[in-house]
Ligand binder design. Structure first.
Ligand code: ADP
Ligand code: TYD
Length: 206
């Protein structure tokens, strides 16, 4: 298997990304990779602003949020201490829980998706994932999981919004099919089945 991979996980809220990121990370380590796991929104100052917006502590509009994610992502890539590009240079395989397809889907639900794709072009030109893994679950199952596991529900975590976001993910995969490697897995199944599919797909990266 190729070493030094960059893999992005995508899916609506509660789709099982964190769970599968951890499982894949363990398997890659066992296969001899040095693995660095990261996520968006990041824990940078820009990411902190975004998290405060999602918690309802700062009020703003969808377009401003889309712009903040553009900035957060550029820092995520280029940060001199722990940026993704630096980690790849150091020989890590990097797995990120969300990357620019999250922007296409979440912001494309509220504004023209073409603008969202264009505004993320600098990130795409800096680094495209070796694989985008999309865990596809129904928004109904997502809402069930979120209502069970969380004490509060964040901005964007409503059934109607998650339906739009899921549609926009599929729309974005069509629009970007020529530029991107995309693996879609049915997330409405047992953890182990999903993990096996993902492992097979990651093992096939060349
Ligand atoms: P995300 O990172 O996409 O928000 P998580 O991995 O945190 O998703 O999963 C959300 C919740 O759903 C957690 O409680 C997790 O244990 C549960 N979960 C994840 N994958 C599955 C699955 N395949 N079947 C049932 N429950 C799952
Ligand atoms: P995250 O912490 O990954 O939430 P979850 O674990 O529930 O999937 O992401 C927080 C929220 O940020 C989530 O609702 C999706 C949203 N988001 C965007 O709106 N745009 C983006 O570009 C990214 C990366 C995330």
């Amino acid at each position: 298997m190729k070493n030094n991979l960059f893999i992005a996980f995508e899916g609506i809220d509660g789709s099982g990304k964190s769970t599968q990121v951890n499982l894949l990370s363990e398997k890659l380590k066992a296969a001899g990779h040095k693995v660095y796991v990261t996520c968006e929104p990041t824990d940078s100052p820009i990411g902190a602003i975004i998290r405060n917006i999602f918690k309802g502590r700062i009020e703003t509009d969808h377009k401003t949020i889309a712009g903040l994610f553009v900035a957060d992502r550029l820092d995520h890539l280029q940060n001199k201490t722990n940026g993704i590009l630096k980690k790849l240079e150091e020989g890590f395989t990097v797995i990120t829980d969300r990357y620019y397809f999250s922007s296409y889907a979440y912001h494309g639900a509220h504004m023209p998706i073409e603008w969202v794709i264009e505004s993320n072009r600098l990130s795409a030109e800096l680094l495209r994932p070796d694989l985008n893994v999309f865990i596809d679950i129904t928004p109904e199952i997502s809402m069930e999981r979120l209502n069970k596991g969380r004490s509060h529900i964040e901005l964007y975590e409503t059934l109607d919004n998650l339906k739009m976001v899921r549609d926009q993910y599929h729309n974005a995969f069509k629009l970007e099919a020529k530029n991107e490697k995309i693996f879609i897995t049915d997330g409405n199944r047992a953890l182990s089945e999903i993990a096996e599919d993902i492992w097979e797909s990651v093992s096939a990266i060349n």
